[in-house]
Design a protein around this ligand. Structure first.
Ligand code: AP5
Length: 219
């Protein structure tokens, strides 16, 4: 399956991507995670991306597209993938079509939209904590680790993302409305969009996602 996950910041894309990718047996490719790994490692790509990310702005298309093009050419992505955080603009979506034609002579199967309102997004982002070593996502109220600040899975340190400050969250929501929301209409117009209610317990949302994706699974 070739799947794109779309939704506002904090909709739960990263949380659900993990489960859906495992269920579908495809690699999860998150542009946000790749950027953050490059920022931590201090690579030239990370240095270039950091200022945009810290403000909650989009990293320029040329940088992002090149990174995704390289990742999709890796052997594990040729048979299917789940993209989390890409595309985020209509030009990125058009380029994704070109990349798929060039690398695998194929097309996207489905775009899954996680639908959540802004108040819920703000509650989720302001309490998010991420493990520095395994990247697992926690929430101080909705999904707290046993010991505050420590990942239950591997004992790694939990940190708050730089872009989860209130003023940056507000900018990310504006950027989403301006640049990414049009993508939803774009994919709906092409008959590729399936939306699910992404509020409620995480497990319920995963089940809704799996049910919504079933018609697109290949035998
Ligand atoms: P990215 O990392 O993609 O950020 P985002 O889209 O803003 O999404 P988030 O990671 O903030 O949220 P999420 O939807 O994954 O929610 P999560 O599962 O963590 O991108 C970061 C930056 O990189 C961008 O701003 C940009 O600068 C750059 N970038 C990335 N891709 C780019 C691109 N294509 N082009 C240009 N620039 C790009 O959940 C949030 C919290 O809610 C967690 O604490 C979680 O535990 C909790 N939660 C999840 N589900 C539930 C639930 N059901 N109930 C209660 N709490 C829940």
């Amino acid at each position: 399956m070739r799947l794109v996950l779309v939704g506002p910041p904090g909709a739960g894309k990263g949380t659900q991507a993990q489960f859906i990718a495992e269920h579908s047996g495809v690699p999860k490719i998150s542009t946000g995670d790749i950027f953050r790994a490059n920022v931590s490692a201090g690579t030239p790509l990370g240095v270039q991306a950091k200022a945009f990310m810290d403000r909650g702005d989009l990293v320029p298309d040329d940088v992002t597209i090149e990174m995704v093009r390289n990742r999709l050419a890796e052997p594990d992505a040729l048979e299917g993938f789940l993209l989390d955080g890409f595309p985020r603009t209509v030009p990125q979506a058009e380029t994704l079509d070109d990349i798929l034609r060039e690398t695998a002579q194929t097309k996207l199967d489905v775009v899954l939209e996680l639908v959540v309102d802004d108040d819920e997004v703000i509650r989720r982002l302001s309490g998010r904590r991420t493990c520095r070593s395994c990247n697992h996502i926690w929430h101080v109220d909705f999904d707290p680790p046993e010991k505050p600040g420590v990942c239950d899975l591997d004992g790694g340190e939990l940190y708050q993302r730089e872009d989860d400050k209130p003023e940056t969250i507000a900018n990310r929501l504006e950027v989403y409305a301006e640049s990414t929301a049009p993508l939803v209409a774009y994919y709906a117009g092409r008959g590729l969009l399936v939306g699910i209610d992404a509020t409620g317990p995480v497990d319920d949302i995963t089940q809704r996602a799996i049910d919504a994706l079933r018609p697109f699974e290949k035998a």
